[in-house]
Ligand binder design. Structure first.
Ligand SMILES: NC(=O)C1=CN([C@@H]2O[C@H](COP(=O)(O)OP(=O)(O)OC[C@H]3O[C@@H](n4cnc5c(N)ncnc54)[C@H](OP(=O)(O)O)[C@@H]3O)[C@@H](O)[C@H]2O)C=CC1
Ligand SMILES: CC(C)(CO)C(=O)C(=O)O
Length: 314
């Protein structure tokens, strides 16, 4: 049994799900909560999952990160819109020889964390998960769940497969979570954007599920064009993704059950959307490399408009 300790910063749809699986497998897990703290401290977590329901009547729940003991692996599972809290959170909770594992969607998040804890203490993971928080402490996992895990080095230079990646992967595997290791985290993040940019963006702008976007010839064309533009953005950053990856993502989504993306759920629930991490950062990286991505830029500006209206409470 692994003796590594885990802190989960953000016990929501993703952090609550993976953290609960790790605890169920016998690992020592510490959960940071905000609005759900009182409920979860008293009643624990309930996980409804396609892989089997379970509950954890008791967990190590914290409201203040300073009360969490220093951990070997600190999982960042907040929405990226809350990342301004990370400088305060991370410094006290990660052991000197520990690592921060960023499981959020988007690009350019590890460099932000590296600024706080140093670039030798950061890893990233891309989560292929469909999970939602239904209410305090109650999470519903509806599909998938595997993670592509990569180590981070300054400027996303490919890190290879490192021993600590294998250790974390073994812990997750012991909890029944599928793990694939990547030598190139930057590429894995761009590949995930091939999915997130078209579907997250268009689901909000066109008020549609993934299935609706795929069924209509016009929106399907937009999805495909946006996917190719993500490839162009990646290429401008010296990251080569084969053209056939677009077809792979289209086929993947054709086979998915109709899905309301996380950005659409945030928009419908009038919560801030992860526009900067998923759209702004890749656009800026491509721009810095001299490449303009007009369709993604158009989506970005539309989403910023809607996000600002949410902020104004309109
Ligand atoms: N859900 C999914 O299936 C997938 C999610 N992702 C990514 O994972 C990340 C997390 O998403 P998700 O889990 O869905 O989001 P959720 O909103 O469900 O979870 C985030 C949790 O963080 C908590 N939180 C926010 N700020 C603080 C704080 N200062 N202190 C303590 N807790 C805090 C929130 O608490 P409160 O309730 O108080 O707001 C919430 O419970 C995002 O980047 C998302 O894109 C990636 C792939 C799939
Ligand atoms: C593609 C999907 C829906 C599940 O694999 C996902 O990972 C996401 O919402 O970011």
């Amino acid at each position: 049994m692994s003796t590594r300790t885990y802190a989960i910063l953000g016990t929501g749809a993703l952090g609550g799900f993976y953290g609960a699986k790790l605890q169920k497998a016998g690992l020592d897990v510490h959960f940071l909560l905000r609005s759900d703290y009182e409920h979860v401290r008293k009643h624990g977590l309930v996980i409804e999952s396609v892989d089997g329901n379970f509950s954890l009547p008791q967990i190590n729940a914290y409201q203040d990160v300073k009360d969490i003991p220093q951990c070997d692996v600190v999982v960042v599972a907040l929405k990226t819109t809350q990342n301004q809290s990370l400088p305060k959170m991370l410094t006290s909770v990660v052991k000197d020889n520990g690592v921060v594992l960023v499981l959020q969607n988007g690009l350019g998040l590890e460099p932000e964390v590296a600024q706080i804890v140093g670039s030798t203490r950061v890893m990233g993971g891309l989560c292929f998960l469909c999970s939602n928080k239904l209410q305090a402490g109650h999470i519903r996992h509806v599909a998938y769940g595997h993670i592509i895990l990569g180590d981070y080095t300054s400027n996303y230079y490919p890190a290879g497969i490192t021993p600590r990646m294998q250790q974390v992967a073994n812990d997750f595997k012991s909890a029944g979570i599928g793990i694939e290791l990547t030598e190139d985290l930057f590429k894995a993040r761009w590949q995930k954007l091939v999915w997130n940019i078209p579907y997250n963006g268009l689901s909000v702008i066109l008020n549609a599920t993934t299935a609706e976007l795929m069924a209509n010839v016009y929106s399907r064309k937009l999805v495909e064009q946006l996917m190719h533009e993500v490839l162009a953005g990646a290429k401008s950053c010296n990251c080569s993704i084969v053209d056939s990856f677009v077809e792979t993502m289209l086929n993947y989504t054709d086979k998915m059950k109709p899905y309301r993306t996380s950005m659409k759920i945030d928009y419908d629930e009038r919560r801030p959307m992860e526009v900067e991490a998923i759209f702004g950062n890749p656009l800026r990286m491509a721009q810095a490399a001299g490449t303009h991505l007009p369709q993604i830029s158009c989506l970005y500006h539309q989403l910023k408009f809607l996000d600002a209206k949410l902020n104004e409470g309109v």
